[in-house]
Design a protein around this ligand. Structure first.
Ligand code: C2E
Ligand code: CA
Ligand code: CA
Length: 407
């Protein structure tokens, strides 16, 4: 690996880390008592440093300021935070590092055990170089997005939702994809918010809804009795004719209202609360399911559960993936599941990425799961084949004892 920088004004801590790194046979270790000096070296060649181990509690420039500077420089290596403080402060600092776009590998509590240090160094070594899942090109204009909607370039991929008790697929979530003639497949993070800001979200939602219901009709005809979920934005809900529009689309594609779930995230401030409430009530009266999306994040709060007629709660993946390794995350997750069960909502765990997540959610009696462990979003025609393969795999995942079904 390239160089390791130790930044801490605590002489003892610095020397100890140097010695431990020497025991672990890592060359290229440089240590700095002054953060400013270290930052200058990193700034001159950000790619040359593979790992920065930085103290949080420093006098001259504290770790919080260092994180900001590393983010500004565009440091792409791994980062370990050394702290003498409590777990919660370390967590907040980790979050902060992420907010600055840094690749945080974990917090190390003083005195740092050599095994933990080794773990961080190994992770830095095996860390993929800054991977960009989706090349973020220039922002698209409203005119380009409007054209794409008009030309039918906005399509849907579908991600299965499975019942945790039986491991059977019970539904799919529709996720918008833009089949761009020049840029290939464009993901929603590059066009949804622009569509919202530019007044195009109604047309976009209508296109996604039509694609989702068309696919649902095919699956129902083929005997797959699943529901289909569509994401809607708050801007859709403030239109007083939205419920009529949805009803008309259901009718057009011959899909029963009970087979549709609309997922709502409050991504922008609810501008017209009364209108949104009215639409949600009418959708519910029409027997359309309503899910509160990204539950647990800043945008979706408990008051919405109290005031809005939701039928389903989708736990945000930040509380699901890796919950077993984090007591705070686990506590929030259990509390959310408790609230959900008490008020009679179905709960979906999002972001189930590995077997550990799956087993943890199963043990927590979560109703449904969705995530890369089960399947990535896929085009509609791929679903039947995936389902056959999944059924074979699912036999090994269901608990032996008979348990609840979704009813
Ligand atoms: P979301 O509604 O929370 O959708 C789930 C996102 O998480 C999807 O990203 C999905 O591909 C991804 N995902 C699923 N399982 C996993 C997992 O195990 N691990 C990880 N790391 N990620 C997972 P995608 O398709 O990029 O969508 C991003 C967001 O864009 C969606 O988040 C949703 O808020 C929004 N969106 C997508 N389609 C539409 C749409 O038609 N209308 C509106 N208004 N928003 C949409
Ligand atoms: Ca969603
Ligand atoms: Ca979500």
């Amino acid at each position: 690996m390239s160089q390791i920088f130790v930044i801490d004004d605590d002489h003892f801590s610095r020397r100890l880390l140097e010695r431990q790194l020497a025991v672990l046979k890592h060359d290229g270790v440089r240590s700095f008592a002054r953060a400013e000096e270290a930052l200058g070296v990193v700034a001159s060649d950000p790619g040359a440093v593979g790992l920065v181990l930085c103290g949080l509690e420093m006098d001259e420039m504290d770790g919080v300021a260092v994180l900001r500077q590393l983010g500004r420089i565009g440091f792409v290596g791994g980062l370990g935070l050394i702290t003498g403080g409590g777990e919660r402060v370390a967590r907040t600092a980790e979050e902060l590092a992420r907010a600055h776009g840094l690749q945080i590998l974990g917090a190390l509590h003083k005195p740092v055990p050599t095994s933990r240090l080794q773990q961080i160094v190994e992770r830095a070594r095996s860390m993929a170089r800054p991977k960009q899942r989706r090349p973020s090109g220039p922002a698209y204009t409203a005119a380009e997005i409007a054209r794409a909607i008009g030309c039918g370039e906005i399509t849907c991929h579908f991600q299965p939702k499975v019942d945790m008790a039986t491991a059977r697929m019970v539904g799919v979530e529709s996720l918008a994809r833009w089949q761009h003639p020049r840029d290939g497949m464009v993901y929603p993070d590059r066009f949804i918010s622009i569509a919202e800001e530019q007044g195009l979200i109604d047309d976009l939602t209508r296109a996604v809804l039509a694609a989702a219901l068309q696919a649902a009709r095919q699956w129902h005809r083929a005997g797959l009795a699943i529901h289909v979920a569509v994401n809607v934005s708050m801007d859709n809900l403030v239109r007083l004719d939205f419920a009529d529009l949805v009803a008309a689309e259901l009718e057009r594609w011959g899909v029963a209202p009970g087979r549709l779930v609309l997922e709502v995230t409050e991504s922008r401030l609810m501008t017209d609360r009364a209108a949104a409430l009215e639409t949600l009530t009418r959708l519910r009266l029409a027997h359309i399911g309503l899910a509160i999306d990204d539950f647990g994040t800043g945008h979706s709060s408990l008051s919405h559960l109290r005031d809005l007629p939701f039928t389903e709660l989708k736990l945000d993946r930040s509380f699901v993936h890796g919950a077993t390794r984090d007591p705070v995350q686990q506590a929030i997750l259990e509390a959310s599941l408790g609230v959900s069960a008490r008020i009679g909502l179905l709960t979906v765990a999002e972001g189930v990425e590995d077997l550990e997540d799956w087993q943890a959610m199963q043990a927590s009696h979560c109703d449904m799961a969705q995530g890369y462990f089960i399947a990535r979003p896929m085009p509609a025609p791929a679903l039947a084949d995936w389902n056959r393969a999944w059924q074979a795999r699912a036999c090994e995942l269901t608990p032996p004892a008979p348990s609840r079904s979704l009813g």
